[in-house]
Design a protein around this ligand. Structure first.
Ligand code: NDP
Length: 279
């Protein structure tokens, strides 16, 4: 029987735990504040930002919203970040990506105080993950570890294959699986015979950015398959990087799209905000 990993349920469970923790913090006089900066009004970014604000309200995190016009200069954004870095009452700073083309995203990420970088994108936090130090971890891969653990899936000693090596998903995913004692292989566009590698996986994480790319012939019988992709098909329906209908019957566990990895990203962003108090 295939276990369908329920990201909605697990993310709700995490948010409830965080809500409880925030209530306890409030009793000790500690409040948590997240600054959310959006530049321009890209509709998808507005949806993400609103969902983040809603999650903050549910958990009891105060959110400070900054909506800057598209033509804002990079310097104005950097000055705002510097001001928020200096504010003792602000625990986390989130700049919604992508930024307008005239801005250097990496420069903006590096301007955020690493101890307020709740997205886990700052090179110091990326480095901390690599060498096993405390720091913020990129939310989507961090959420995938939670999905696996809370679904009773053991990572230790397993053959883990990650397809994709982006800075926000593939690479941190590989580091996290390694931290959990998996044996990890990373695949990318220059990987020779991808199928041969993915078929070795006990745990296959797919973050390739191509709709329904991974079909049944890429998957070993009984594997656990985690689908990070999000796409809208021609009928406006959501689908992932995995061809769910052909792959699911072969797996022991799989994440659906929607309702798998997607809801975990915001839950782990909230986790990072709440835990910023201890960093
Ligand atoms: P990127 O486009 O940054 O990275 C895609 C990766 O896939 C690259 O490393 C690329 O290799 C690799 N790749 C592309 N084609 C092939 C191929 N034919 N064979 C093997 N590897 C290949 O994507 P992201 O990591 O940002 O995102 C991946 C997917 O996850 C997207 O669908 C995105 O929308 C979704 N996503 C979902 C999130 C969520 O919350 N659920 C959060 C973030 C992303 P190379 O490096 O060689 O180019």
């Amino acid at each position: 029987m295939t276990q369908v990993i329920d990201g909605k349920r697990i993310s709700a469970e995490i948010k409830d735990e965080l809500r409880e923790k925030v209530t306890q913090y409030k009793e000790q006089g500690i409040t948590i504040k997240l600054a959310v900066i959006q530049v321009g009004n890209d509709p998808a970014s507005s949806v993400y930002v609103n969902n983040k604000k809603k999650a903050c309200a549910y958990i009891g995190i105060e959110s400070l919203a900054y909506e800057l016009p598209e033509e804002t200069t990079e310097q104005v954004l950097l000055d705002l970040i510097a001001e928020l870095n200096a504010r003792e009452d602000v625990n986390g700073i989130l700049v919604q990506m992508p930024l307008p083309k005239h801005m250097d995203e990496q420069k903006v990420i590096e301007a955020i105080d690493k101890d307020k970088d709740v997205d886990g994108f700052h090179p110091m936090n990326v480095g901390a993950l690599s060498i096993g130090r405390k720091g913020f971890v990129s939310c989507t891969p961090f959420g995938i570890i939670q999905l696996l653990k809370r679904s009773g899936i053991e990572i230790r000693g397993k053959e883990c294959v990650v397809v994709g090596r982006s800075n926000i998903v593939g690479k941190p995913m590989a580091m996290l699986l390694l931290r959990e004692n998996g044996t990890v292989t990373i695949c990318h566009s220059a990987t020779k015979d991808l199928k041969e590698v993915t078929k070795r996986a006990d745990i296959l994480v797919v973050a390739i950015g191509k709709p329904k790319f991974i079909t049944a012939e890429y998957v070993k019988e009984g594997a656990v398959v985690i689908d990070v992709g999000i796409h809208r098909n021609e009928n406006n329906k959501l689908c992932g990087d995995v061809d769910y209908d052909s792959v699911a019957p072969k797996t022991s566990a799989i994440t659906p799209v929607p309702g798998g990895v997607g809801p975990m990203t915001i839950a782990m962003l909230m986790y990072n905000c709440v835990n910023s108090v201890e960093i």
